[in-house]
Ligand binder design. Sequence first.
Ligand code: GLA
Length: 726
Amino acid sequence: MPVNYDSEKKIFKLDTAGSSYVFQVFDENYLVHLYYGAPIPDNNLSSMYYHGGFASFSPSNAKVKTDSFSPDMCPMEYSTQGAGDFRISALSVLNCDGNNVTDIRYTGHKIYMGKPEIVGLPSLYLNDINEAQTLEVYTEDIVTGVKVTLVYTVFEKYSAITRNVIIENTSKNAVDIERVYSCCVEFPQMNFNMMHLYGKWNKERSLQVRHLAHGIQSIVSKRGSSSHYHNPFVALADDKATEDYGEVYGFNLVYSSNFSAEIEVDSSDSTRLIMGINPESFGWHLEEGERFFSPEVVMVYSNEGVGGMSRTFHDLYRNNLIRGYWKNRKRPVLINSWEACFFDFDDDKIVSFAESAKEMGIEMLVMDDGWFGKRNDDTTSLGDWFVNENKIKGGLGNLIDRVRALGLKFGIWYEPEMISPESRLYKSHPDWCVHVPRRDKSIARHQYVLDMTRQDVRDNIFDQIYGLLSKYPVDYLKWDFNRNITEAGSALLPPEKQKEFFHRYILGTYELMGRITKAFPKMLLENCSGGGGRFDPGMLSFSPQIWCSDNTDPIERLTIQFGTSLCYPDLCMGAHVSACNRTNIETRANVALWGTFGYELDPNKMCEEDKAAVKLQIKKYHKYYDVIHSGNLYRIISPFENHYRAVWQFLSKDKTKALLTSVVMRRPETQAFFVRLKGLNPEKFYTDEETGEVYSGALLMNAGLNLTSTDCSDGSSFVKYFTANE
Ligand code: GLA
């Protein structure tokens, strides 16, 4: 069984196929962390038992029997504020006495097959109750009556554990949660590199690697979304670990709002990581009997380097996060109107796109921003979700009929959480946008944010969307979110609850998204936030795909897609071929094939040669779909490390099919170029489909494929497909 409890030694051991996680109930019921890493088969873990550790100036608890104990020197399973541990704390609760001393101790636990849902929040799910086992550890602060449940679900097959916490106020007095992180993880060493994904609009998820140093290092968002700037992902990699070897611990928060990941290296060279809601913009008032659920953090351990960690996240997210009708269905190749014409279209133009697209084998037409209210640019109409019949003459039904008559599916764009000051909705409900008293509202892209904490606001938007989509067969919806939240407050919350705004906002968004996906279960939802500003597992649990970036330049996309692949699977990465002419259309397609694949250009402006190329690309998409989207990803040459080329490979799970893609970013000075493939069966022979050449897996992996004579001009690329011989 994945979860074991030694009742004599009071040690918990959480085992997966590739990891063990161990902690104990120590004297005075402190929960002490003992180990996280490669699997340990032992049943007898007495050697791991904690024996204390004392330092001057680190106060101790006089009741503890073990000599030399101080919470400050102890690897705490879930650190708290003000009771002897001076390092970063996962939990701080302000009590009725007006202080925030928080001290939780073990009171009991429960182990069961399955995984509980987290009230109001997205989380990983099980396909079968036996897929994972859950441990709930009960703790209590006996002075304040605050009970804290630490929840661990162990995915045995995946070297993954999910964690969250539940806070319950069992006292008669109200308390205020000041900070509640979803996990705390301790390591007795500091020789780690911290890996994380930073960025900005149009350049999301670049990889940053830095060696840990004494003190606190962190990444956060306080923008009201997970954000373009930092992704809620962080990894700790042994400083000798590489893409293919060594120990790496990955952490990803299933949350789409303000997050924080803090890592502290203390003076004993130990490392503590906490991850959860960003406390800076958070507070939660708990009356007697009320509970608070933290979002879930996904922890993955790999001893096959960064690549191994990524592949575990990919498998886990494909199987246990992405859900619904489209989970295992091939996504239609779409053409999106945005870069083709921005706001300048009418029904005839959309239909003409569909006609040309159909000829090339494209399967779905998506009408982007500009179809509603009076929207001819970005200054108006968000919130007025009725069709602009000056543009879409004859109405939406008529347009959809025309597109469907060509044999294409139809998709549409919405930005449900936004409101333009120039809109009917704003005129009738000026208080429905996010704002605080006595301050001007900052404006971004001429828009304000609707107050998603309010049921009446959500109902209005739901009714508008439902009213339209229930009338017509819409196959796809792109859900956009094009600004960050400022002057954060709600007209309906009392002053003492205003700090709850951001969390309530995202709970409201999740609720609305959940209602829409439930009402239209077969409609494909694609998330977007000015590109990839909300590319996180919270959103992935509603939408099986997310638009990676507004940047569709294939060379710039390389870092964006490499970075995204650190923890998100190929099948969710929205990637399109655009009119960007920095490279030829073949390279644009070879890069977009990594993701959901589609087009974002005016098909009527394409030359015949490019149209013929598109037909072939769509054939490739269908042919390679399985190896890309159900296989394993191997990053071979990273654009973060090499300025000339990026190379990556997909391998089917049975190792019989491999697809290798290489893109030249800048012509290398030397042309000698061997690529060593990864993960193949060394004993099998593989045929290069294009040339008919046969190579052993051993040769391809050790000597490498000799590509010295391939085109290496700027922006050139190729895809090579290998199949194993019988
Ligand atoms: C955002 C999206 C784009 C497009 C525009 C429309 O920027 O990322 O793809 O939908 O909004 O306004």
